[in-house]
Ligand binder design. Sequence first.
Ligand SMILES: [Zn+2]
Length: 121
Amino acid sequence: MHELSVCQSLIDQVEQIALDHGSKCVASVSLKVGPLSGVEPTLLQHAYPYASAGTVAAESKLVIELAPLRVSCEVCGCETEAQLNWLVCGACGDCHTKLVSGDEMTLMRVELITLKDMNNV
Ligand SMILES: [Zn+2]
């Protein structure tokens, strides 16, 4: 399962971040996923509990934000939002476009619970 290995490498990153901040508990992980990233958000959500089990992220919540698909036009220079499988310029309709965003999977934010937070409670 592709999404499980994606999740596992995500958890690796999250664990490293938690370690760097001296935290033993992760509250939530926010991810930005583009439609061309090759990752299916629903499957990712499904795989997440398996990948995070037994790690610092075991109790955390995965938040997936969908990234827009954007292209820049080589003809008129506009940057517009495009449809999947239809990467034409939204301004002039030309198909000579370059993908600006939409194929990324970016770790946006990791919310950590640190000992200091716990003392505040
Ligand atoms: Zn154009």
